[in-house]
Design a protein around this ligand. Sequence first.
Ligand SMILES: [Zn+2]
Length: 238
Amino acid sequence: MRHNRSVVLRVLVRAFLGLMLLVALAYPLSRLGVFDWPRSFDPLALPDLDQSPSFMTDWQLRLAEADPEGCVAALRRAGLPASLRAERGSGSCVVSGAVSLARLSQAKLRPEDMRCVIAARLYMWERHALQPAARRLLGQPVAEVLHFGSYSCRTMRGRTSMSEHATANAFDISGFRLANGQVVSVKGDWGKSSAAGKLLTAARDSLCDWFNVTLSPDYNADHADHFHVDMGWYRTCR
Ligand SMILES: [Zn+2]
């Protein structure tokens, strides 16, 4: 019995090492264009914003953050007419690597400049979390994401350090307009047991999956009418 078990173990170890060897050989061949490695599992590829997120997506979005041109290419591949904006601002309020965003996968947006990676993360969140939640809870898609904007040269409220808004590395969402015209607002519907209230809770919870910082009315009174998200150094979900 013990003998059999050690044989099985040896076979499993060899199969595993063989698989690892195959992967190690196949990946460089795929980079040379010999065959297509699935993009969503390629650690050097830019993210495919329309593909369901995998364990590799966050890493790919971080690559896009370091490569604004590549980030713009990822937005374009998803069908957004994106182009890099010229650097603007001065002092602590310089915005670089920004794009103007006027829609996500399905919902439109009052056009706003923001860092490309904020745009890419908003797109993936809307595509893979917000729209499915809206269809499930209210039976229809979100036609517009209502917002208070991204860029604003200012300090954090009540503090001396600069806000992530000063570099367009943040975004404030105030609510949603559904396809039938119904408006779901953070100010009016947060905390309610209605479908609109549930959509807001689902939206806040899923924003936490995509952004380093997510602040809702649960955080403080300054956020009673919007969700703040940013890609600063802290990690908070409240
Ligand atoms: Zn904010």
